[in-house]
Write a protein that binds this ligand. Structure first.
Ligand code: EPU
Length: 301
């Protein structure tokens, strides 16, 4: 989707950066995705105006966070992509509270808080992605989830067309699911974290890093786990038990390290990856009678 000249001129007047004809394969950890224009929402206060402009010009859009949990269709995309610039995200600590921009890298936030002797998020250290994406999905690992630490979220709400602040207690954080609307755009978060000496936090971080290195394909292109774990079960274990490690459709492959990670082992297309996902889901259904639900977000036409 290409921005028309009128909208491009208005964005320029607003001081909003437009990147034309970018490939989302280069913006996602899976290395899959087609081409479109990207708007960098550098000044939060102008977001409502940008959104009105897109509505007036009938330009469909989607928000892209860190690009680490999304599988995007190939070819010319039918939406423009909105993205928060990632350079120099705001982060500050006041007492037990951390105030962080949604564009910040999640791991960067965990170490920043550690340096201020605030812990509780050690498990999240190796989860790739942005703070905004972590909020939306209620990212979790090694017994830690971000949701319980959230006290406030500042966000743009498409429903009102305004920037609003929600209290943590008004947001539902479930397993890899939250009550945010699909078109809410996370901007900033206030977290409340338990005080802990830096050295202790670093020791916890080291343990999580080692576990992750031992069990996950960290140096391959992936979107983390493809399926949610079903209640009382483990998607990775079931796929592994079916002997599917290394199973592939084109260059989309079930990791030989962790069976719930599907990797792009070369030049996988979105349709290769979708076929592999459907094939594995069907085999698990056949063998275990369980329907695996996607954890990865899929952007289709
Ligand atoms: N297992 C196998 N074979 C495999 C993979 C796992 O037998 O190929 C077994 C393990 O031995 C273990 C069990 O399955 O007994 C669970 O595996 P693991 O500890 O790796 O955790 P997981 O449930 O597969 C979850 C999260 C990960 C997170 C890890 C660590 C989900 C869908 N996945 O994985 O999150 O990093 O725990 O806490 O909840 C993600 O969200 O993208 C993600 C990778």
């Amino acid at each position: 989707m290409r921005i028309n000249d009128k909208a491009a001129a208005r964005l320029k007047e607003l001081g909003i950066e437009l990147r034309q004809g970018i490939s989302l394969a280069e913006e996602t950890s899976l290395g899959i995705g087609g081409a479109t224009d990207e708007i960098l929402l550098g000044r939060y206060e102008s977001i409502p105006e940008v959104m009105r402009l897109l509505a007036d010009e009938h330009i469909p859009h989607r928000f892209l966070g860190g690009g680490t949990n999304v599988l995007i269709v190939d070819g010319e995309l039918p939406w423009v992509v909105l993205h928060l610039p990632t350079a120099k995200p705001g982060m500050r600590v006041e007492g037990n509270a951390a105030y962080v921009d949604a564009s910040a890298d999640l791991g960067g936030m965990v170490t920043f808080c550690a340096k201020h002797d605030l812990g509780g998020m050690e498990g999240l250290i190796g989860v790739p992605g942005s703070v905004g994406g972590a909020l939306r999905m209620n990212a979790g690992a090694y017994g830690t989830q971000i949701g319980p630490h959230v006290r406030e979220v500042e966000l743009y709400r498409a429903a009102s067309g305004q920037i609003e602040t929600l209290r943590g207690s008004d947001i539902r954080f479930d397993y890899r699911h939250t009550s945010f609307a699909p078109d809410d755009l996370m901007l900033r978060v206030k977290l409340e974290l338990p005080p802990k000496p830096f050295k202790e936090i670093i020791a916890g971080i080291k343990v999580c890093n080692e576990k992750r290195r031992a069990s996950q394909p960290l140096n391959q292109k992936s979107a983390g786990c493809i399926f949610k774990n079903p209640a009382g079960g483990s998607a990775g274990r079931m796929i592994d038990e079916l002997g599917l490690k290394g199973h592939r459709v084109g260059d989309a492959m079930v990791s030989d390290r962790h069976a719930n990670f599907f990797v792009n082992a070369g030049h996988a297309s979105c349709s290769d990856m979708l076929k592999l996902i459907d094939d594995v889901r069907e085999r698990v259904r056949g063998a275990y009678g369980m329907e695996l639900e996607n954890e990865v977000i899929v952007w289709r036409n």
